[in-house]
Ligand binder design. Structure first.
Ligand SMILES: *Cc1c(COP(=O)(O)O)cnc(C)c1O
Length: 461
């Protein structure tokens, strides 16, 4: 057919939009997005005809299918669920902690209607958004007072700005953490208008190092939990109680950035060396901050607990308003904290804790089950022993014994298999180790197995 003739025969945009096959496919899609997709596809067709790569028109169904798949991919959110088969429970790139069912319900309720966010129902007057979690935080940690900001990085920024501005804050050289994303304690100090007074050596800091560093301009002592690294071997840090006693004997506050901050004994889920918030409160630390979405297993938040007087200063600081949390965060955090009122309940209800604490025998049973489903589908797979990191820059030395299914890549390479499973609408994120493609079951649910098996079968056949 002549080019001219072909071009003339290309369907009109409005006609296509009215064709039953497209209407059926595109139900629920934005009309504007669909129209753009029709235009893009027809433009492409026109170009192919003009440059001679196309000599006849595809039928309407084929055109509609192309339009639909284009509209669908335009419609695909860049923020969408993934299947985490890495075994890393607190995967920062995959969204850190998964919320408990109760937290999800609380978020939904808070999100879809009006609430008592800042309203005192008893008195009929304005209330405080801090109230929704303060009582629980006080109860769980033993601190006098508490507040919440957007994340722990914000909490540290607020605390140092409010306490240290215009003066010196003393910290050990062994604790000058970088947590990633250019958040480094020394840089943050500068940002907050305080001068960092480094004491001790990388591996050892003694009480007299702190003593000698305290001067007229000292505003506070700072302790930072080295959450994402450890100094081992010939090393020494000053016990918290001694440091607190020193600060108080000089009328200075002591601040502690705990990183993850545990509210239950994490030894029960196989995690050693994570300091409990209650311990710091008991030791007399004036201001303590930690994350909501690390080992706590709640929403992204920066939790601050401490003395009434200092928390009051922080609540009134102008930065606090810029860092305030929204109603969904508060709802999720309250529900998460409520689970912690009973530690067995917390270990059961909070996905982060239950995933970390799954006994290896259970992981083995579940890996065997997934493996069998692959075999039943005619794929080649076997269960292998693995070790999982906790993730989220927490407990860097802990390796939790786990199980993964090693899926044989058949005719392709493990790299190709990994890519095929990753580049799905719902990406499956596995890991490659020693030229094997591994799906670790710790971070999977059994309900996800059929989808994984189907996806693998499609990728490999
Ligand atoms: C993770 C971490 C932070 C930052 O917490 P976010 O909630 O991610 O902002 C700050 N300090 C330490 C020691 C940490 O481990």
């Amino acid at each position: 057919m002549e080019k001219k003739e072909l071009l003339r025969k290309i369907p009109k945009v409005d006609d296509l939009l009215r064709t039953p096959p497209l209407l059926a496919l595109a139900e629920g899609m934005s009309p504007a997005v669909l129209k753009d997709a029709v235009r893009t596809q027809l433009d492409a067709l026109r170009r192919e005809i003009l440059d001679g790569t196309r000599t006849e028109l595809p039928d309407t169904d084929t055109i509609c299918a192309a339009i639909f798949s284009q509209a669908k991919s335009d419609n695909l959110s860049t923020l969408r669920p993934v299947i985490n088969a890495t075994g890393v429970v607190l995967h920062t790139n995959l969204g850190r902690a998964c919320l408990s069912q109760k937290a999800v319900e609380a978020v939904t309720q808070a999100a879809c209607g009006y609430s008592t966010l800042e309203y005192d129902v008893e008195a009929g007057v304005r209330g405080s958004r801090h109230n929704h979690v303060e009582d629980l935080l006080v109860r769980l940690t033993g601190a006098e007072s508490a507040m919440v900001v957007n994340n722990n990085a914000a909490a540290v920024l607020l605390i140092l700005s409010a306490v240290g501005k215009g003066g010196e804050v003393v910290a050990s050289r062994g604790e000058l953490v970088e947590i990633g994303g250019s958040f480094r304690i020394p840089d943050i100090m500068m940002q907050c208008g305080c001068t960092l007074k480094e004491v001790g050596a990388t591996n050892k800091t003694h009480l007299h190092d702190y003593e000698n560093a305290i001067g007229e301009n000292t505003k506070a002592l700072l302790r930072v939990h080295t959450s994402n690294y450890r100094i081992v071997g010939f090393s020494e840090a000053v016990p918290l109680a001694e440091l607190t006693a020193l600060a108080h004997s000089r009328n200075l506050p002591i601040i502690e950035d705990l990183g993850s901050g545990a509210l239950v004994d994490l030894e029960r889920v196989g995690i050693h060396g994570e300091p409990a918030v209650q311990q710091s409160v008991r030791a007399g630390v004036d201001i303590i901050s930690f994350s909501g979405d690390k080992l706590l297993g709640g929403p992204q938040a920066g939790i601050i607990v401490g003395s009434k007087a200092w928390i009051q200063v922080l609540k009134r600081h102008p930065l606090a308003r810029a860092m305030r949390v929204d109603k969904m965060t508060l709802a999720a955090l309250r529900a998460t904290l409520y689970s912690y009122t009973d530690s067995d309940t917390a270990l059961r209800e909070i996905p982060t804790l239950s995933m970390l604490g799954t006994p290896v025998q259970d992981l083995d049973t579940r890996a065997q089950r997934l493996c069998q489903q692959f075999l039943d589908r005619g794929l080649s797979a076997q269960v292998v022993e693995t070790e999982d990191q906790v993730g989220g820059g927490s407990a860097p030395l802990v390796l939790l014994p786990s199980r993964a299914v090693s899926l044989s890549p058949g005719n392709c390479t493990v790299v190709e298999l990994e890519e095929k499973l990753r580049r799905r609408e719902t990406p499956i994120i596995g890991r490659i180790s020693q030229n094997r493609y591994l799906l670790d079951v710790r971070t999977l649910t059994d309900a996800q197995f059929p989808e994984i098996v189907e996806a693998a079968a499609k990728a490999l056949h």
